[in-house]
Design a protein around this ligand. Sequence first.
Ligand SMILES: Nc1nc2c(ncn2[C@@H]2O[C@H](COP(=O)(O)OP(=O)(O)OP(=O)(O)O)[C@@H](O)[C@H]2O)c(=O)[nH]1
Ligand SMILES: [Mg+2]
Length: 374
Amino acid sequence: MGDQKSPEWSVGNKSFSSTYMPGVESTHDGLQSSGKKKFQKAKDSSLSIEALAQKVMGGDRIMLSKAITLIESNAKHHYQKAQDLLNLLLPNAYPSIRIGITGVPGAGKSTFIEEFGYSLCEKGHKVAVLAIDPSSTVSGGSILGDKTRMERLAKHPNAFIRPSPSTGTLGGVHRKTRESMIACEAAGYDIIIVETVGVGQSEVIVRGMVDFFLLLSITGAGDELQGMKKGIMELADAIVVNKADGENKKLAEKAKREYNQILHFLMPATKGWETKAYTCSALHGDGIQELWDTIKLFIEKTKNSGTFTERRQSQIKEWLFAMIRERLENSFFQHEEIKQYLPFIQNAVMEETITVSNAVDTLFQKYQSSLKNG
Ligand SMILES: Nc1nc2c(ncn2[C@@H]2O[C@H](COP(=O)(O)OP(=O)(O)OP(=O)(O)O)[C@@H](O)[C@H]2O)c(=O)[nH]1
Ligand SMILES: [Mg+2]
């Protein structure tokens, strides 16, 4: 299995968020290990978008992988194909439970997802794991990296694991993950787990695309760090202190109590749901069932109260507006006249010969008049 830093369809030399995982030996995740011409092969087989959609909806994991590769592609000519595909898949998306998991590097996310995902697969659920790692350019993130490939889960016939698409704009990664989620749901996956490293803005992005958000924590973080995490704590529907085993068990119980005390004063992330702290040992599988029971109760409660649907709708609305904003911004900054004119305006502002408001007015006049003319 030859690991590589970036698949062949990536643009330029952009490094990838993690080592690109060509897939387990059975290639059941659809990523072939030859390294080269992965997407090319899909094209060579001249599969139409309709046929690809049919295969995805039939639960073919290799085709689901190809579909996601198409969705993640940065190539312009893949964009329309991916949108055509998604239009076919969207009406057939299975009603799923979307769970986000975050935690600092080393908290045990991969170990937890492996254990949790495996137990759900054994119960007959179909579990898809997607990863977002926009922080990787800073931290060299290791989501689904060499160490932990969730091999046991990856081999389960009910599981599908997909590493992070690429670094790049948060908006881009966001779109790709949301659209990949739709593809997984159309393939019949009823539990979608989105993993992200708890650094930077990624938690907010993941919170905005899942029903239940879980913060995986470990002991020894100290009061100072807990204070820092207040923002993240307010996003979480459950805080799980992992590694509650051996000598660490007592400390984990203590951390749980402390978290519960803090949570008492925070705004809950979900209307009508009290966020609580739990302990677990992902390594030994302790506390995993309790957590699943908690998630099931959460889903039942929020579905009954209407909060579940409300949140999904507001998430989709936010996605729409985020994409509009992103497209407007690109349209403005990539506009030829703006590109030429901006450096001069910028200088003028810095030299304080014109005001910022004046500068913005001038730029927008140019932008809008060129839109009208052409
Ligand atoms: N004792 C104990 N160790 C654990 C537990 N869960 C994970 N670990 C260990 O903690 C280390 C990190 O676990 P990972 O699952 O790779 O953590 P991660 O959060 O995915 O880390 P990154 O991918 O680097 O962000 C590994 O050595 C695990 O074996 C647990 O419940 N108990
Ligand atoms: Mg990991």
